[in-house]
Ligand binder design. Structure first.
Ligand SMILES: [Zn+2]
Length: 316
């Protein structure tokens, strides 16, 4: 109990902790190494302003930039049975889930929302790679079914942003069962005559590319995204051959007919507006109106029965 512990040490600590804050304001591009100011980076949707590298973006940030005025309502997804296999590796599965929930602030690896883009009503779903590698488990299956059911009920197109390391191994065969389940969900959209657009983001791999991520009417990818079932390293080791440059990257897949478009994230919203309006038979959006959702008088149809949050839709 003297002035050193009571006064000097707290002062020293506060000087050092203060210094840490400014460092968080900068992120380093993992491709070109440029230091990017956080606001500049988020204004550019986490795309490096120096080299155009597309870094990860959370579903919530993506939706805030996608929907008119950043306004969307979250659709409810029925919660599956947690940890049906009582799975444990180094950690128990429920502990892993809780850690991911704490780190991301999200319930699970997929976010479903309804809203408008360029005054076009849509349903959107986005997978969160930061949540246990976006792995497809029962919740993700439920989310896609909820998204498809909401789209059918509201007669809207579904836009899905995929990002996944594959199936969630902690759920064993139950995660693999999401492949046929989500395929049926996509079929529901098809039968209702509604467009299903998939935006493949880095990385989309494993069982996700063997189901809903490859069943879209239109496939758009972000530049440089790795899109594959088995990754390049596994293939190289299996066939013992050197793979070509850019193998399984978006641009390579576009060239080989696996994709329809490769579109930078900063242009994605405009492109989705054009495509959804075209496929829904709506008149083209007035371009000048796109960034300003407040200006009311464009030639779009009045939207009715819009904003009911999809509470009743979610059923297994
Ligand atoms: Zn860069």
């Amino acid at each position: 109990m003297n002035w050193i512990t009571n006064y000097v040490r707290p002062r020293i600590n506060s000087i050092f902790s203060r210094r840490e804050i400014p460092e968080n304001l900068w992120s380093k591009c993992d491709d070109c190494g440029t230091m990017l100011f956080h606001r500049e980076l988020s204004d550019n949707l986490n795309v490096c302003t120096s080299c155009g590298n597309h870094m990860a973006i959370t579903p919530r940030e993506r939706f805030a930039a996608l929907f008119d005025g950043g306004v969307f309502s979250e659709a409810e997804v029925p919660l599956p049975n947690a940890d049906p296999l009582h799975f444990r590796d180094q950690k128990k599965y429920p502990d892993r889930l809780r850690a991911a929930q704490k780190a991301t602030g999200e319930k699970e690896a997929m976010l479903v929302a309804t809203g408008e883009i360029g005054r076009t009503p849509i349903v959107a779903a986005a997978q969160d790679f930061s949540f246990m590698a976006g792995s497809m488990g029962m919740y993700v299956g439920n989310a896609i079914i909820a998204a498809a059911e909401t789209a059918v009920k509201l007669k809207r197109p579904l836009v899905l942003f995929s990002a996944a390391g594959g199936a969630r191994m902690q759920e064993g065969i139950l995660s693999l069962m999401q492949m046929p389940r989500t395929t049926v969900a996509v079929q529901m959209l098809r039968e209702a005559g509604l467009p299903y657009i998939v935006v493949l983001t880095h990385p989309t791999t494993g069982g996700v590319t063997a189901s809903y991520a490859m069943l879209g009417d239109v496939h758009i990818a972000e530049p440089g995204a790795l899109i594959c079932f088995a990754g390049p390293r596994v293939i190289e080791q299996t066939i013992r051959e050197k793979l070509p440059d850019g193998f399984q990257r978006a641009e390579y897949l576009l060239e080989h007919g696996m994709l329809d478009r490769v579109t930078p994230r900063t242009e994605m919203r405009d492109e989705l507006i054009i495509i959804t309006r075209m496929l829904m038979g709506l008149p083209p959006a007035v371009r000048g109106d796109l960034p300003a959702p407040e200006a009311a008088d464009t030639a779009t149809q009045p939207v009715t029965a819009e904003e009911q949050p999809a509470e009743k839709t979610a059923k297994k």
